[in-house]
Design a protein around this ligand. Structure first.
Ligand SMILES: Cc1cc2nc3c(=O)[nH]c(=O)nc-3n(C[C@H](O)[C@H](O)[C@H](O)COP(=O)(O)OP(=O)(O)OC[C@H]3O[C@@H](n4cnc5c(N)ncnc54)[C@H](O)[C@@H]3O)c2cc1C
Length: 470
């Protein structure tokens, strides 16, 4: 790999080429991070471009630190390393006796009150530091604070091939030359710039509140952290006043204009939108993180706004501005009205509003709900059969496997997909594969595919895959 101040050459659009590597990964979320690490460990030179200051994407920069049991490979390595370095915090019934079954709990509201529970999370910034170090140790050349903005391409038979990624940094526009490129932006930005086909966020939905369903993506969200909370006091209030959802306090505050209309809005479940998921939050939505008295809080984009934050700059800006305003209003309400929050304070707001339903690339195979229902098997499966619950399919458990072709966008032969950008229909990616463990696994698979392609001197689309990695 070469990274130089002086030009290694110029692209056809006269952009200075400053670096080259076997594998160029764009975006360092769980998918891009694992792809870069794996490709490097397999002996490739690797450049990783990330616009923020650490890897981890939604799970670090976006504060979504939910920790899971390791599912193998780099995901298990991450969980073990976060734990060893003291970044995993687990709350249980001893610390929060009134948490299981509490209406305010994002994850544990459905438990029987008083039952034992364990809610594990990792400290987003601590975890991000570990991930920075892991890339350094492996010899990945990570460029932080650099935004990918475009590609340059050339024709190869019926397919096109990316030759350069164009990035913007503090000292201007530059090009990075590569053999294989990896899509790790979480919103298929590379796919879009390369002109490969995709379905816009919003997908197909059977029933919605409007006549224009395609305009309503599953809402994204901005996560934030509040510290200094005495939850025992909150729980005592909930019981004493028989107010499990804090509705009495919310109504009181709303009556005097202390709560804006979009804060604590009703769920739209009765109107057939995404079941009971992510649509509206009638009350505070929180989960323990980092240590005692500290909780992560969810502010989701109101469904009605139908924001496409991944491809519409006005929408992206509105989301940032208005969700911050909602966080501001929520914090003021909690401190002023809710027992247990008097000494609480905002300790962190996510670096970005996470997108849950961005572009969905159309790959050589598009995995759909029928593949899961019919338990289709694939000769190019990258995973062994996995059994998962599909909540939009009446909570059915399906056993399925993922074909390598879901990693290969149509029309471009040297780009590999990972994470939330796999070639899946919107509902199947949302129900199963977009979660942190599987994004890390698919990143690792893409990294291995990139390395095999480089070593064989072929583009990933010509690579034969006939043995599952996980
Ligand atoms: C609000 C929210 C809550 C969620 N809750 C959960 C949960 O509880 N559990 C769970 O498992 N999953 C959850 N998810 C889903 C999960 O976080 C994502 O699906 C997953 O992080 C996607 O991984 P990724 O690697 O594809 O991309 P991302 O995590 O989105 O990472 C993409 C990375 O690419 C970088 N990037 C993007 N564009 C550029 C560019 N142009 N130039 C340079 N860098 C760029 C970003 O800065 C980021 O670091 C949630 C998602 C959201 C949005």
């Amino acid at each position: 790999m070469v990274v130089e101040k002086q030009a290694l050459g110029w692209t056809s659009q006269r952009v200075r080429v400053v670096a080259e590597a076997d594998v160029v990964v764009i975006g360092a979320g769980p998918g891009g991070f694992a792809a870069a690490l794996k490709a490097r460990r397999e002996g490739c030179t690797v450049i990783l471009v990330e616009k923020f200051d650490m890897p981890g994407g939604v799970h670090t920069s976006g504060l979504q630190g939910a920790a899971n049991t390791g599912v193998g490979g780099i995901h298990t390595e991450l969980m073990e390393r976060f734990d060893r370095e003291g970044h995993i915090y687990t709350a249980d019934e001893k610390e929060l006796p009134d948490w299981a079954g509490n209406a305010l709990s994002h994850y544990d509201y459905y438990l029987t009150p008083g039952t034992p529970f364990k809610r594990a999370s990792f400290n987003p910034d601590g975890a991000g530091n570990v991930m920075v170090r892991m890339l350094e140790e492996a010899g990945v050349h990570a460029i932080y604070g650099a935004s990918f903005v475009d590609v340059e391409m050339e024709q190869h038979g019926s397919e096109r091939r990316i030759t350069h990624a164009i990035i913007e940094t503090v000292d201007g526009r530059k090009a990075i030359r590569g053999k294989v490129f990896v899509e790790g932006t979480g919103t298929s930005e590379v796919v879009a710039r390369a002109g490969a086909p995709f379905v816009r966020g919003g997908g197909r939905q059977p029933e919605t509140v409007t006549t224009d369903p395609a305009q309503h993506p599953i809402p994204g969200g901005l996560l934030w952290i509040m510290s200094g909370i005495d939850f025992a006091q909150t729980a005592a209030y909930q019981k004493r006043e028989d107010d499990p959802t804090l509705s009495k306090l919310i109504n009181q505050a709303r009556a005097v204009g202390d709560i804006p209309p979009m804060l604590y809005r009703p769920r739209l479940a009765t109107q057939g939108v995404y079941g009971d998921h992510y649509i509206g939050h009638p009350t505070v939505d929180m989960s323990p993180i980092q240590g005692p008295g500290t909780f992560i809080m969810w502010q989701n984009v109101p469904y009605e706004w139908a924001l496409h934050m991944d491809d519409d700059a006005e929408h992206a800006s509105r989301a940032k501005k208005e969700l911050r305003a909602l966080i501001d209003a929520e914090a003021r309400f909690l401190i002023k009205y809710v027992p247990g929050f008097q000494k609480a304070f905002i300790s962190h707001v996510g670096r970005y509003v996470g997108v849950r339903d961005g572009r969905h690339p159309i790959g050589e195979y598009v995995f759909s709900i029928e593949d899961a229902r019919e338990q289709r098997r694939f000769p190019d499966a990258v995973t062994r059969p996995m059994t998962k619950t599909f909540f939009w399919d009446a909570y059915a458990k399906h056993t399925f496997e993922v074909p390598y072709r879901c990693f290969l966008p149509k029309e471009v032969d040297n780009l590999l997909l990972t994470g939330a950008s796999l070639s899946f229909t919107f509902e199947t990616i949302f129900m199963v594969m977009r979660n942190f463990p599987w994004c890390t696994q698919t990143g690792e698979i893409a990294g291995l595919a990139a390395a095999r392609a480089v070593h064989q001197g072929i583009p990933p689309k010509q690579l034969e895959w006939n043995e599952p990695l996980f």
